[in-house]
Structures are given as C-alpha cells and as structure tokens.
Design a binder for this molecule. Structure first.
Ligand SMILES: *[C@@H]1O[C@H](CO)[C@@H](O)[C@H](O)[C@H]1NC(C)=O
Ligand SMILES: *[C@@H]1O[C@H](CO)[C@@H](O)[C@H](O)[C@H]1NC(C)=O
Ligand SMILES: *[C@@H]1O[C@H](CO)[C@@H](O)[C@H](O)[C@H]1NC(C)=O
Length: 350
C-alpha cells in the first residue's frame, strides 16, 4: 500500500511536471443566466461511451501533424479498445464530424485554441481530423502552431497561454490580459485554462490589483484570473465578428477512488471508460468556478462542456505510452477522446 501510494504520488508529480514542461502553444450557449445545451432540445453532453466497431473515425497514422508524444499506438500501446468508443448522448445522435463541411462553413476564417498543452492537443487533433477529410488539398504550415487549409482559406492556430492572464518576469498578473489584443481579431476562439493553476510555483509572486502576494489559494487565484478574462470578453469581443468558446476543464486521473477503484494505480492500467453517464467523484470544483464566472458574461459564450464525458475516459491517457518522459495521466492519446470534443464543436456550428 505504501509503495502504491508512492507510485501514485510519483505519477501525479510526473503528470504535472509534464504539463508544465510541455512547451506547447498552444457549449453551452449563454446570455446572462441562460445556458443552453448546443443542439436543440438535447443536452449532447449527457450520455455514455458506447463501443463502435467503425471507430476510430479516421486513419490517424497518415496525419503529418500528429504529435509523436501522444501517438500512443505508435508508442507501443498494446490495447486498442480505447479508440473504439463513441460518445452517445442520451436523447439524440451527434452528427458525424464532416471535415469538408467544417472547412466550408469556416471559409475565410481563423480558429484559435488558447490555453495549456491540452489546448495544443485539441487544435492538433482538429488539424488531423480536417487533414483526413482533404488529404490532397493544399495545406501549409509556417510553423506547427499555424496550419492553413489554403483551398478553404481556413487557418487553425494554437496559442500557448496556460493562465490566459499574463505572467511577466515570474509575476502572475491576475488583472492583466495583454494577449487579448491578438485574440480579438480571430473569428473563433476556443479558450481553456486550469491545470497550470495547480502548478507548484510557476511564479515568484502573484499580483492581485495593488497587492503582491507570494501565495494564494489555487481555486481563488483561478477564479480571479478567469474573471479578468470574462471582463475582457465582455468588453472587447464583437459577437457579430467573433464566436467565443470556453472548453470545460479536463481531469487528471490520478486518484482511483474518484472512479470507485481506490486500488487503481492512477490511469496506468485502465483499459475501459467508466460505464454510465456519471463520474463517481462528480463535477470538479474548478469547473463549477468556471461556470460561475461564465455566467457573469453578457456576451454570448459557448461552454463546450466536455468535462464529464472526459472524466469518464480514465482509459484514454498515454500512461506509459509517451514517446519520452514520465507516465502521463493528464494528456490524451490521439486518437482517443479529443475527436469527440471536435465532433461536439462541429455540432455547435450546425
Ligand atoms: C434561453 O434560451 C432559450 C433557447 O434559445 C430561449 O428559448 C429562452 O427564451 C431563453 N431564456 C431566457 C430567460 O432568456
Ligand atoms: C499552396 O498555397 C500557397 C499559398 O496560397 C501557394 O503559395 C502555393 O503555391 C500553393 N501550393 C500548391 C501546390 O498549390
Ligand atoms: C458584463 O457587462 C455587463 C453589462 O455591461 C455587466 O453588467 C457585467 O457585470 C459584466 N460582466 C463582467 C464579468 O464584466
């Protein structure tokens, strides 16, 4: 038991270190208190994972943009069940992700994923999914973080901004969000932030208004930083030009008790999703905070509410099957669960 605990701690620290060292870049629609659920009459985020022989939805091995770190099959993961699950909402069916239609709908537009290395993964998975739909079209990439589908004039950008708010000279500035200058000219913005707020000490000080402090409760700091972002959306976004998404927080699968198996060695031996539609540990506190902050925004913001469905996927992490580095129960194998995030994103565009 002692050893198991030690191992779990080890994995936790490793997973966090990995997130923080990853030099990535990187819906509910609401107005005031009205959070709707994406597809008419159906909460597409409520459902369960079902086996689907036709999965994965496309052949990833041909994607030149697939990051090697998260190519779990390429990295030797022997079990393949985790790529065979499809998200099935309780009260409706999701449209299949149609890459050509997605590109046509976004013609002339830029979509940007902003957040931590999981946002980077999200954008990269979208690029791979679109590439699979138009493999022989003209796709250019000045750098891996800006991929352009020339024939459709669609640009997918990933931007690494793990707190959304600024960090300058190792001071985390809860009130400052300079990157907003760049974001406001993008057509579709997909934000996320959370995991870095757990980071032991990525800063020396936190600036909170006039105060400079050394420590602050993580959740409280997160709330303040996200509120700065919310105010920015409220004041700077022109909803006729820019559509804003916030992607729900994603879990670490470190503590087996959260999914009812206290003996689990983090995610490392998990081979299937949690069955059913509820995660035993419930909604995470950070996601509740995020939703409270979202409700203060009067401009339209769509919550891409993938938290619960992703919590259920304890089987979809790289675990030991990273290209290099420590076992990882924070990022996601590609393919795996992120195609579903993009399928849901697509559903909100229809
Ligand atoms: C909330 O949104 C729904 C769907 O768009 C709409 O029918 C309803 O009137 C809205 N409610 C409020 C209080 O704005
Ligand atoms: C691809 O698009 C770029 C930018 O428009 C252009 O410069 C290039 O010639 C195109 N390549 C092909 C093979 O069409
Ligand atoms: C957003 O703007 C509205 C109207 O100006 C205001 O009532 C609300 O408090 C603002 N919310 C935030 C988070 O700034």
């Amino acid at each position: 038991m002692g050893r198991t605990k030690q191992m779990i701690c080890c994995v936790l620290v490793a997973a966090l270190l990995l997130i923080f060292s990853c030099l990535g870049v990187d819906g509910r629609k609401q107005s005031q208190t009205n959070i709707t659920k994406g597809m008419k009459g159906c909460n597409m985020y409520e459902g369960s994972w079902v086996w689907d022989d036709s999965y994965p939805p496309y052949d990833f091995s041909k994607c030149p943009y697939l990051p090697k770190d998260f190519d779990c099959l390429g990295n030797g993961r022997p079990d393949k069940n985790y790529i065979k699950y499809r998200w099935q909402p309780k009260n409706c069916n999701l449209p299949r992700f149609d890459g050509v239609d997605f590109l046509k709908r976004l013609k002339g537009k830029k979509i940007m994923f902003i957040g931590d290395s999981i946002s980077l993964q999200h954008g990269q998975a979208l690029v791979c999914h679109l590439h699979a739909a138009v493999p022989s079209s003209n796709i250019t990439a000045d750098n891996p973080n800006i991929v352009r589908f020339e024939d459709y004039e669609v640009t997918v950008i990933v931007s690494f901004q793990p707190f959304l708010v600024d960090v300058e000279q190792r001071v985390l500035k809860l009130d400052s969000i300079k990157s907003g200058q760049i974001w406001k000219d993008i057509d579709i913005l997909v934000f996320n932030t959370w995991l870095w707020w757990l980071n032991p000490e990525p800063w020396d000080y936190i600036q909170d208004g006039d105060k400079i402090v050394k420590h602050m409760d993580r959740l409280e700091a997160f709330r303040k930083g996200l509120t700065t972002w919310a105010k920015w959306v409220n004041s700077s976004i022109d909803p006729s030009k820019t559509k804003v998404y916030f992607r729900g927080t994603t879990p670490l699968h470190i503590i087996g008790a959260e999914w009812g198996d206290p003996t689990a060695l983090a995610c490392l031996n998990e081979r299937e999703p949690v069955s059913g539609s509820t995660y035993p540990a419930g909604r995470p506190a950070e996601q509740k905070v995020a939703e409270e902050v979202l409700r203060t925004i009067t401009k339209p913001v769509t919550l891409l509410d993938i938290t619960t469905l992703t919590q259920l996927r304890k089987d979809a992490h790289p675990g030991f099957y990273m290209k290099e580095g420590p076992p990882d129960c924070a990022h996601w194998c590609t393919p795996g669960v992120i195609e579903t995030w993009n399928q849901l994103l697509y559903a909100t565009l229809l």
